[in-house]
Each structure stands twice: as structure tokens, then as C-alpha cells.
Ligand binder design. Structure first.
Ligand code: F6P
Length: 327
């Protein structure tokens, strides 16, 4: 029989995402509700190694549900990639009597958790905290909705000035390996073209579509490019357009890290609260070493070792919608 969990730790790791604080709050308050002691680990796995671990009370997480960033801070720990680093982390957890861990982060953070849970008897629960929405096993990741709404707000503003000057704008959004921010924000702002890593970019097709639009006097055009598109980011695309179509007035805007900050949307707060609550339930009920996702509005538990990046799953239907609506 698995031993009962009584003291748990929570950490945020990898790139931050809006809603991480709401998830921390949910873990802390659910843990306390069930009579557990809850500890916050600073700067992800690095804080485990450096023993930067602090007991949290219900009031420690007051007034954070609406705040972006993460009160626990975050890091990408190189030392935790090594068995020696993980051993120190384990010893520190033992010192505090911590017997369960909730990890809020992306796929890289889960790989760390898999290695750790195989080596040591500390159950780990993973929650998807990433703006990129590139994790399999869940329809939502904490932060995606906020990031995409930030991008939509920015692109709407760009359209105003593009329209005033009859310009082509090439806008780069985040997404190192995934085009979800580009696809969602692009469709929602009526972008004429959307370039994403999941689809091969045919630059000749793009140029001829611009030429065709120019012929019928459609001079305001927005191209949304995911930073991870294989052709390159917005600068690369703009360079080529300027070379081949110098008659078009072109500007570039890279939205960058503003997409990672700001108050989480209602959806991200709800997602984070549900996931955080269920993470603690998992630890208590002996459902160990799983990732907690939400699929078709139901909790979905996937063994952590089966969780990876969601790749190439953009449907043809969505791409057809982009094409038809952008005419
Ligand atoms: O968190 C995901 C992400 O925002 C990617 O879209 C982006 O490529 C990356 O993080 C940038 O991370 P950083 O600037 O923290 O290295």
C-alpha cells in the first residue's frame, strides 16, 4: 500500500505563464483544507537544490489570483538535469519531510519530474503552465488564453495603424515549437496569412497571394508569424517581401514577452484553480506521477512519462478557415 502524503511542495518551472499564481493558490488552499502542510519552492528545481523551501499558509497566497508572473519565481535549472543535482534536491525534500510535489511548468519540467520520480520515492504531479499550449493530454494550458488575448489586443491596434497607412504588417508572436498563439490570434484578428511551425511555409504562395491582393487594391494586410516557423521569424519574412515586392510598404512588429505577462483571464484562473485542486486530490488519493489535464471539460490524468510536446495537430479545417476568411 502506498504511504499517505502529509507534507507537499509546490514549484513553478520553465517559462512563466499568467495563471501560475492562481494554480499555486489552489494547491496551497486545497492542501491546507485536507490537513496537509504545504511548502513553496523558490525558482523551480533550482530552489530544491539550494534548499530555498518555505512553509506557506493560507494567507501567503492571498491577493495573487489576479497577478501574472509567479510568486515562487521560476528558472530552468541545469543542475537538476544531472543525477547529482537531483540527489541533493531529494535530500532537501527529506529534510523538510516533504513527501509529494506539484510541478507547474512545460514539457521540459515534466521530463525532470519523470527522472526524479523514477529515482526517488517522492510522487510528482504535473500541471501544464505554458503560454504555448504545446502539451498533449489537455485542451488548455495555464496562460495560453491570456497570452492569446494579449496578442489579439495588440494586433487589433496594429490593424488601426496599418489601415491608416495602407501597409502590410508582419507580426511575430511567441511559440518556439507551436503555432497555437499565431493561429488563434491570427484568425481572431482577421489576419490575411498565418505562418506556423506545424505547416510548411510556402513563401512563393505567400508572395503571389500578396500580389493578387494588391491587384484588387486590398492594401492592408496582416501576416502573423509564430517565432518557431521554419522559414524564420517576422524579420526573415519581411526581408524577403521587401526584396521581392519593394512597392509594398512593410513594417514588422515583434510582440515578444508582453505575451507572458499581465493579469490572467477568467479562463486561465479557472483552469489553474481546477488543476491545482485536482493535483492535491491526486496526491491524497494515491494517483501518483501523473499529469493533470482537462479534455472535453473533464479531468484527464496521464502518466507523467507519457506526456510530451503536442506536435503537428493543427487541423486542415482551421487552415481552410484562415484561407477563406482572409480573402
Ligand atoms: O514559455 C514559452 C515561451 O514563451 C516560448 O514561446 C518562447 O520561445 C520562450 O518561452 C522564450 O523563453 P525565454 O525568453 O524565457 O527564454
Amino acid at each position: 500500500m502506498e504511504k499517505k502524503v502529509s507534507r507537499i511542495g509546490v514549484l513553478t518551472s520553465g517559462g512563466d505563464s499568467p495563471g501560475m499564481n492562481a494554480a499555486i493558490r489552489a494547491v496551497v488552499r486545497t492542501g491546507i483544507y485536507y490537513g496537509l502542510d504545504v511548502f513553496g519552492v523558490m525558482r523551480g528545481y533550482q530552489g530544491l537544490i539550494e534548499d530555498d523551501i518555505h512553509k506557506l499558509e493560507s494567507r501567503s497566497v492571498a491577493n495573487i489570483i489576479q497577478r501574472g508572473g509567479t510568486i515562487l519565481k521560476t528558472a530552468r535549472s541545469k543542475m537538476f538535469l544531472k543525477p547529482e543535482g537531483r540527489k541533493i534536491a531529494y535530500e532537501n525534500l527529506k529534510k523538510h519531510g516533504i513527501d509529494g510535489l506539484v510541478i507547474i511548468g512545460g514539457d521540459g519540467s515534466f521530463r525532470g519530474a519523470v527522472a526524479f520520480s523514477k529515482e526517488f520515492d517522492i510522487p510528482c504531479i504535473g500541471l501544464a503552465g505554458t503560454i504555448d499550449k504545446d502539451i498533449m493530454g489537455t485542451d488548455f494550458t495555464i496562460g495560453f488564453d491570456t497570452a492569446v488575448n494579449t496578442a489579439v489586443e495588440a494586433i487589433d491596434k496594429i490593424r488601426d495603424t496599418a489601415d491608416a497607412h495602407d501597409r502590410l504588417f508582419i507580426i511575430e508572436v511567441m511559440g518556439r515549437d507551436a503555432g497555437y498563439i499565431a493561429l488563434h490570434s491570427g484568425i481572431a484578428t482577421g489576419a490575411e496569412n498565418i505562418l506556423i511551425p506545424e505547416r510548411k511555409t510556402n513563401i512563393e504562395d505567400l508572395l503571389s497571394s500578396l500580389l493578387e491582393k494588391q491587384k484588387r487594391q486590398k492594401l492592408v494586410n496582416l501576416i502573423v508569424v509564430a517565432e518557431g516557423d521554419e522559414f524564420g521569424g517576422a524579420d526573415e519574412v519581411a526581408k524577403l517581401v521587401k526584396e521581392r515586392m519593394p512597392q509594398i510598404e512593410t513594417r514588422v512588429c515583434i510582440l515578444g514577452h508582453i505575451q507572458r505577462g499581465g493579469a490572467p483571464t477568467c479562463l486561465d484562473r479557472l483552469t489553474a484553480s481546477r488543476m491545482g485542486y485536482h493535483a492535491v486530490e491526486c496526491l491524497i488519493n494515491g494517483r501518483h506521477n501523473v499529469f493533470v489535464g482537462i479534455l472535453n471539460n473533464k479531468m484527464n490524468y496521464v502518466p507523467l512519462e507519457n506526456v510530451g510536446k503536442r506536435k503537428g495537430t493543427v487541423s486542415d479545417e482551421w487552415m481552410k478557415i484562415v484561407k477563406i476568411l482572409a480573402s
